[in-house]
Design a protein around this ligand. Structure first.
Ligand code: BGC
Length: 254
């Protein structure tokens, strides 16, 4: 069926996928997850992605979100995976390993595409930043619905000394056993810095922390409107599938 694509979201702790109806964003079967291999070298990650394509008995195009800068299929950075991932053409590697044509993009950009088209960013003009909070902090920047790919605002330096994601990622909350209030204050500090650099019209919080939004919502005093992602942590899978659809669409006839 033309509207079904396999979307995969590679994260620091899990690799998740589902067959997605890209017109509605619905997952047609339950999501399947495998643990991210440790060490997460390219061959091990490709093996895990193959487990997903085999689980779904999938042979069509695959969209895949990757937690690093991705340009033309090639991964340039991978802050939360094995350093050997940098410089590897994962689109090519996954295509060869799975025999399914695979299209790769940054994981937060994937989540952003889904939220802007089917979620809480739908029909929002102006500047919107989607902030995904999980193992790291990912960002996707949109101006009037157009994506500016590979923004890496999770790495902005706070107070001249600490990297945003090392201070306010959800993994930090878990590792340091921070209360939602304490973590919320940190996240608020991070968002204030982000706002002082970009002054977006809207911030949408995605990733694992989006499910728990009401637990820290009150700590957010940032002036910009902040809302949780409607698609929660499924956004990365849905957006990756939408990306595969866009990349395989026939050219529009003029
Ligand atoms: C990476 C980003 C990624 C984010 C969320 C960061 O460490 O640099 O590219 O989007 O983590 O996974």
């Amino acid at each position: 069926m033309d509207n079904l694509f396999l979307g995969i979201d590679i994260g620091g702790s899990g690799i998740k996928g589902a067959v997605v109806d890209i017109t509605t964003g619905e997952l047609v079967q339950p999501r399947f997850r495998v643990a991210t291999p440790k060490p997460g070298n390219p061959a091990a990650i490709a093996g895990a992605v193959k487990e997903l394509t085999e689980h779904f008995n999938w042979q069509g195009p695959v969209g895949c979100g990757f937690p690093g800068v991705v340009m033309h299929g090639k991964v340039l950075t991978a802050a939360n995976l094995d350093k050997s991932c940098a410089g590897v053409d994962f689109a090519k590697l996954f295509t060869q390993t799975t025999q399914c044509p695979t299209f790769l993009l940054n994981d937060a950009d994937a989540a952003g595409i889904a939220e802007m088209n089917l979620g809480n960013g739908k029909n929002t003009a102006g500047v919107v930043v989607i902030v995904t909070v999980g193992t790291g902090i990912g960002t996707a920047l949109f101006t009037n619905g157009h994506l500016v790919p590979n923004t890496e605002f999770g790495h902005i330096i706070l107070d001249n000394r600490k990297e945003g994601e090392k201070y306010a990622a959800d993994s930090v909350r878990q590792k340091q056993k921070l209360s939602w209030k304490d973590w919320g204050n940190r996240f608020n500090h991070y968002l204030n810095n982000l706002v002082s650099l970009f002054y977006p019209d809207l911030i949408i919080v995605g990733g694992g922390a989006s499910k728990e939004f009401r637990r820290y919502q009150e700590t957010l005093t940032v002036k910009t409107k902040v809302i949780p992602a409607a698609l929660l942590n499924k956004a990365g899978i849905i957006g990756a599938a939408m990306y595969a659809a866009a990349e395989t669409a026939p050219p529009v006839q003029k």
